[in-house]
Design a protein around this ligand. Sequence first.
Ligand SMILES: Nc1nc2c(ncn2[C@@H]2O[C@H](COP(=O)(O)OP(=O)(O)OP(=O)(O)O)[C@@H](O)[C@H]2O)c(=O)[nH]1
Ligand SMILES: [Mg+2]
Ligand SMILES: [Zn+2]
Length: 293
Amino acid sequence: MPEGKIVKALSGFYYVSTNGRIIQCRGRGVFRKRKVSPLVGDFVEFQAENDLEGYILAIEERKNELVRPPIANVDQAILVFSAARPEFSTALLDRFLVLIESKQIEPLICITKMDLLNEEEEAAIDCYAADYRSFGYEVILTSSENLATLAELRVHLEGKTSVFAGQSGVGKSSLLNALKPELSLKTDDISDSLGRGKHTTRHVELINVENGLVADTPGFSSLELTEIEAEDLPQYFPEMVERSHNCKFRGCLHINEPKCAVKAAVENGEIPSYRYEHYLQFMDEIKERKPRY
Ligand SMILES: Nc1nc2c(ncn2[C@@H]2O[C@H](COP(=O)(O)OP(=O)(O)OP(=O)(O)O)[C@@H](O)[C@H]2O)c(=O)[nH]1
Ligand SMILES: [Mg+2]
Ligand SMILES: [Zn+2]
């Protein structure tokens, strides 16, 4: 049975790459019954009479999978945020980091559109970058308008399968175009009235860049923490994990417990208060979630 990897999903078709060819395939009903649908990044077995009429017959077990954006088997998620237009949001970044941590996927934070900032605004973004680095994350500041800023990003793409994920309009497709100009991916201005992107990219596609694969994906507007349990939440904040062995109580949730090393670190400024506030907000959100039956 021929095998390949899904590199694009569009209008009910899956495009399977195999031995340097791309075969247009449909999924078989069997997936619908089992409630598994093929994802970009899946390794599959297929059957094809010709390059336009294939069928996917089996999906190999996934190393990991994301719902938003929908993709499987990635080595790293590049969380793309713009420094401005749309405005940089630590609340959205923290939410995204929690989701990526819960899937045990390696995150890389990429802040784009640095060229739009004045000195003061740039200093503010530099502060955030330093905060996130102090939690243990890699942070890269780029601008698709200034190719020199892309060198660091290129290094991280080398030999890996990465997914660009982020809000609409932050510049995911623009970054890919800057990395590889012959791509000519469609990009569009953000809406001036709403300050949001226009959902220009409509499908997920894996593209060869720097000896690796990078997925361009549609932007999203919200993310829910539906699969996360309250007692697991602290594990998804590396700066809390690092300190939790100094908390008095094992399994400390760092909320009301006495002698909590995390709360002490927030009080003395080692952990920024916005980060802890987001933790508390996510905790409330998870606790208020209606039980599923
Ligand atoms: N000044 C500046 N503008 C940028 C930069 N990167 C992207 N843009 C602009 O931002 C707008 C949105 O860029 P896109 O690449 O379409 O954004 P996207 O993240 O792919 O958006 P969706 O496909 O909707 O998810 C376009 O007008 C780009 O020209 C940058 O580094 N600097
Ligand atoms: Mg796009
Ligand atoms: Zn604690």
